[in-house]
Design a protein. Sequence first.
Length: 200
Amino acid sequence: MSEDDFRGERFADWPCDLKGNNDLLVLSKPSVIIDIHNAYFEAGADIVETNTFNSTTIAMADYQMESLSAEINFEAAKLARACADEWTARTPDKPRYVAGVLGPTNRTASISPDVNDPAFRNITFDQLVVAYRESTRALVEGGSDLILIETVFDTQRQGRGLRGERGVRGAGRRPADHDFRYHHRCLGAHAFRPDNRSVL
């Protein structure tokens, strides 16, 4: 895809390059994302992930788009939800679900990015919690059935993601009482179904 595809009309005059900001496509070229979701459902998937791997305010700073983080997360969940509902309507005996994705960000809380300064950190605990909470809230409000904290090698960052997710429990959708907790390096998610059925 070209730079123009990523920009679309809305971001035609954005001050920095946007090519590679795949999460932005939910706003600038949503048909591409819809086609991907539908392809997965057509192949037999029960769950699709939102296109939000890099949609925290922290990761979006690379494109000067921190202020768009919540909107991108919300719209991504909304797109995936619409596709899931459409496929569920076709075959009600096989419900489809949406996993709201929280990616790892581009910062580390437990490892120094500077080999000459092992104590240095380029992100704080509170910054990670706030960023994950904002993204989680938007993903839940957009229609995610569960939150997936994925591709995390930094256990400190993973913990902040869980802390941020827990802070959303009152955002209008009630998460299930059952927690899928992580054990060692195996991660899980909370289900956000009103009937308290857990989804994995």
